[in-house]
Design a binder for this molecule. Structure first.
Ligand code: GRF
Length: 207
């Protein structure tokens, strides 16, 4: 069975969506470890409820970013993970990490990439920028992770309507409910079933 490692930084609602799908038998996989960049991330509490191993590994604990990344690489290798999910993980890792798990890392981003993505576009800032631009449709994207923020091959996207009177917080909630919590488990399921093939940076689904 596929072993999954998850990297988080915050509330962990996307982690919860994957846990729920596994618990419901919709994904044939096991989350074996959840690593947070923040000590008090609520995502860790969510994992503990399901007896999933939790760790806090902060880049501040190391004298170089390379050592931080090497520790993460060693940790996930030691747990034999076949997939790593960035579920609301706020740190951009370099090629050192992403090359160690090529096409085995997926990220959820709360916009339709290539809009509102890359350096500086994270968390609530993404939705603030979308509202400032006046887009009428936004959404979420699940993609494989390559070095560089939000750059890897796209797996699934789902559009979400922007409504009059939306605040960044209201829009963030709608994007989570109508897109993120649906497409992240979907992508994990496709990966677990071996249905995702990457060719020339394009993801193709095979049956
Ligand atoms: C989500 O919108 C995710 O896409 C973004 O940060 C938020 C974190 O949510 N990168 P959670 O920690 O999964 O609740």
């Amino acid at each position: 069975m596929l072993k999954i490692g998850v990297l988080v930084s915050g509330g962990g609602t996307n982690l919860q969506a994957v846990i729920d799908a596994i618990e419901a038998g919709k994904i044939n996989a096991e989350i074996v470890t959840v690593v947070s960049s923040k000590k008090d991330a609520y995502a860790l509490e969510r994992a503990k409820k399901y007896n999933i191993e939790t760790l806090w590994i902060s880049k501040k604990q190391f004298d170089s970013f390379e050592k931080y990344e090497d520790t993460l690489i060693e940790h996930f290798k030691s747990r034999n993970v076949g997939l790593i999910i960035f579920a609301g993980f706020m740190i951009v890792l370099s090629g050192r990490f992403t090359d160690a798990f090529k096409n085995k890392i997926i990220n959820i981003h709360p916009s339709l990439i290539p809009s509102f993505c890359g350096s500086g576009f994270y968390g609530i800032k993404v939705h603030k920028a979308a509202l400032e631009k006046g887009v009428k449709v936004t959404g979420a994207t699940v993609h494989f992770v390559a070095s560089g923020a939000d750059t890897g091959p796209i797996i699934i996207q789902k559009a979400v309507e922007v409504k009059d009177g939306d605040t960044p917080e209201i829009l963030q909630k709608r994007v989570m409910e109508q897109a993120e919590w649906i497409i992240l488990p979907e992508a994990v399921d496709l990966f677990a079933k071996g249905k995702l093939v990457v060719e020339n940076n394009i993801v193709r689904r095979v049956d």
